[in-house]
Design a protein around this ligand. Structure first.
Ligand code: VGL
Ligand code: ZN
Length: 196
């Protein structure tokens, strides 16, 4: 069985949002169109408390995109984004969610960020996504959505580590930093992933 994981297609990551990915909106019709090729669709949703420690606003004197050490993990500081219950945290209304069977929320714990749909960045908490996919007899996952160099990349790397055949769909993702994604893309391929 083949599943599509739709990562974080939320207003804050789209043009006009607080952490907008350039041209992020262009992937939405692509994601809608390819849905027919999958047995199962799942989505992830970045879902932070308003005082999340990945927000630069929580650190005196720090600006977005500075990097700090957060309890032993390297943390990029972000503009406030995807706050639970806010408009920016909602899925784009242009994204077809009708056939999405489950939504996995992440980033809910204040002290740790969570890029992957499978685990937090410290690999302490499992969202249950791997178990869910295995229970649904999924052996192959394709990953799309936002952002290519963060949540899509880390979700895809964890999917590989969990034993799924894994593809990133280039035409259905956009990066915050294109250069950074080039490098991460190579790491993904090195790890056994495919770029479709
Ligand atoms: C993401 C940065 C912070 C993402 C989420 O969805 O790629 N990036 N939170
Ligand atoms: Zn986030």
């Amino acid at each position: 069985m083949k599943a599509l994981i739709i990562v974080d297609v939320q207003y804050d990551f789209l043009p006009g949002g607080s952490l907008a990915v350039a041209k992020g909106d262009e992937i939405i019709p692509v994601i809608n169109y390819i849905q027919k090729d999958y047995d199962l669709l799942v989505a992830t949703q970045d879902w932070h408390p308003d005082n999340h420690l990945s927000f630069a606003s929580q650190h005196e004197g720090k600006l977005p995109f500075e990097v700090i050490d957060l309890f032993g993990l390297e943390q990029v500081l972000w503009p406030d984004h995807c706050v639970q219950g806010s408009y920016g945290a909602e899925f784009s209304e242009d994204l077809n969610m009708n056939r999405v069977e489950a939504i996995f929320r992440k980033g809910m714990e204040r002290n740790i960020d969570s890029y992957s749909g499978f685990f937090d960045n410290g690999k302490r908490k499992d969202t249950g996504l791997a178990g869910y996919l295995k229970a649904r007899k999924v052996d192959e996952v394709h990953v799309c959505g936002l952002a290519a160099d963060y949540c899509v990349y880390f979700t895809a790397m964890d999917a590989l580590a969990e034993g799924f055949k894994t593809n990133i769909i280039s035409k259905a993702t956009k990066a915050i930093d294109k250069g950074a994604f080039m490098e991460k893309k190579n790491e993904f391929i090195q790890a056994g992933g495919l770029l479709l």
